[in-house]
Design a protein around this ligand. Structure first.
Ligand SMILES: Cc1ncc(COP(=O)(O)O)c(C=O)c1O
Length: 372
C-alpha cells in the first residue's frame, strides 16, 4: 500500500527532553556561550576520546577554524574528496588556499589514499578526508604522508577506525551538529584534537577574543563562530540518546540490507568490518543498466510514492563555481555522483516507515525492470 503522508528523508529525533532542556537554558539566562557549551565540550571529550574539544557554530566553522589554526592560506594546497558537502572545499577557498580533489574508491566512495599520494607536493599544507555516511576513510596512509590531516567527521560521530575512536586520531577532527546529524542540535559543530596549539588557536579564533579570556585586547582578528548554550543544551540531551538512536538506525540498516540484496542493480556502499560505522546515511548506488532506470528516475518515482530521498553527494568539482575554476581527474566520483541515492533513515522513523520506503523501492524497481 502506498503511503498517504510523505515520509521525510531524515527528520530530527527531538523529544520532550530536548524541549525541557531548551526551556531550562532559556530560564537560566544563558542565550550565548556559557555553562552548557562547556559541559558539551567536557562530555564530547569523553565520547570522542580526544584531549581537547571545542564547540563552534557549525561543522563548516569547525573545518574553517582548523585550517586557519594550521596557518593554511594563499599559495597552499589542501587535498580533499570530491564526494562531500561543498562546505569541505569552500572552507579551503575561504582561507585563500587551493582545493585539490583526489578521486574516491569505488566501493565506499571515500578518498583514495593512492590518489592522495600522487597529488601531495611541497605546497600541500593539509589533507581533509571525509568519512562518507559514517564509514571511516583509510587514515593510516594519509598520516604516513607527513602532511597534517583534518578529518571531516560530520557523518562520523560514533565511528572508529581499526578499533580507535574517530576524534583524537588526526591533527584535528571536525564534527557537525546540524539538524540531520547523529547528534543534532539544529546547528553547531565540534573540533576534537590532541594538539594543544590547535586547541589554543581555535579558542582564540572562534570568539574574537584572547585565549586568556580578556575581552578588550586582541591577539588575532578572530571570527564569530561560538556555540549558543541553547543549542548546546539540545546536543547534551542527544548525547544521552546516542546509543538508543544508534540501535534504531542499526535496525533500519538491517531492513535495507535485506531488501536491497534482492534488487538487481541497487547496491549499498561498502562497510568495512574492521571499523565501526556511524550508520549516518544509508546510501545505495543505482546502476541504470541493471536497475532499469537512472538514479534521478528512481528519486522522482520514490517521491511520487511520497518517499523522500537525498543525494550524498554530487562531485564538488563539477558544481558551477568549481567547474569554472578547477580541473580534477576524478572519474570514479563523477560516475558515482549520478548513481548515489540516500534512503530515509532516522531514529524518528518507525520500522513501519522504513517498511513503507522498502515497499515503494520494490514497486519502483519492479516497474523499471519490467517485472510487473
Ligand atoms: C560531509 C559534510 N561535511 C561538512 C558539513 C557541514 O556541516 P554544517 O552544516 O554543520 O556546517 C556537512 C553537513 O552539513 C557534511 O555532510
Amino acid at each position: 500500500m502506498p503511503r498517504s503522508t510523505r515520509l521525510g528523508f531524515q527528520p530530527p529525533a527531538i523529544g520532550e527532553e530536548e524541549i525541557a532542556a531548551v526551556a531550562e537554558t532559556l530560564r537560566s539566562g544563558w542565550l550565548t556561550t556559557g555553562p552548557k557549551a562547556a559541559e558539551l565540550e567536557a562530555r564530547a571529550k569523553e565520547v570522542l576520546e580526544a584531549e581537547h574539544v571545542l564547540a563552534v557554530a557549525s561543522g563548516t566553522a569547525a573545518m574553517h577554524l582548523a585550517l586557519v589554526a594550521l596557518d593554511v592560506g594563499a599559495g597552499d594546497e589542501v587535498i580533499t574528496s570530491p564526494i562531500t558537502w561543498p562546505a569541505t572545499a569552500n572552507v579551503i577557498v575561504h582561507t585563500g588556499a587551493t582545493p585539490v580533489f583526489a578521486d574516491v574508491r569505488d566501493d565506499d566512495l571515500n578518498i583514495d589514499p593512492g590518489r592522495v599520494a600522487d597529488l601531495v607536493n611541497k605546497r600541500t599544507k593539509a589533507i581533509m578526508p571525509v568519512h562518507l555516511a559514517g564509514q571511516p576513510c583509510d587514515l593510516e596512509p594519509l598520516w604516513q604522508s607527513g602532511v597534517p590531516v583534518i578529518e571531516d567527521a560530520a557523518h562520523a560521530f560514533e565511528s572508529a577506525y581499526r578499533g580507535r575512536k574517530i576524534g583524537g586520531l588526526s591533527d584535528a577532527t571536525c564534527f557537525s551538529l546540524y539538524a540531520t546529524k547523529n547528534v543534532a542540535a539544529g546547528e553547531g559543530g565540534l573540533i576534537a584534537t590532541n594538539r594543544a596549539d590547535i586547541a589554543d588557536a581555535v579558542g582564540e579564533l572562534r570568539l574574537m577574543r584572547r585565549g586568556d579570556g580578556s575581552l578588550y585586547d586582541l591577539a588575532v582578528p578572530g571570527y564569530k563562530a561560538n556555540l549558543s548554550d541553547v543549542l548546546a543544551a539540545i546536543a547534551l540531551v542527544q548525547l544521552d540518546k546516542l546509543e538508543r538512536h544508534r540501535e534504531l538506525r542499526a535496525g533500519q540498516f538491517a531492513l535495507y540490507d535485506d531488501a536491497v540484496a534482492d534488487l538487481d542493480g541497487i547496491t549499498p556502499l561498502a562497510r568495512d568490518g574492521r571499523d565501526v560505522h556511524a550508520l549516518h546515511l544509508y546510501v545505495v548506488r543505482i546502476d541504470a543498466d541493471r536497475a532499469g532506470a537512472t538514479r534521478d528516475d528512481y528519486q522522482r518515482a520514490l517521491s511520487d510514492e511520497l518517499v523522500s530521498t537525498s543525494i550524498h553527494f554530487l562531485p564538488v568539482h563539477r558544481l558551477a563555481w568549481y567547474r569554472e575554476r578547477f580541473t580534477a581527474d576524478c572519474p570514479v566520483a563523477e560516475r558515482a555522483g549520478g548513481e548515489v541515492l540516500s534512503l530515509p533513515l532516522s531514529p524518528a522513523h518507525s520500522e513501519d516507515d522504513i517498511g513503507d520506503a522498502i515497499d515503494a523501492l520494490r514497486r519502483v524497481h519492479a516497474r523499471f525492470t519490467g517485472l510487473r
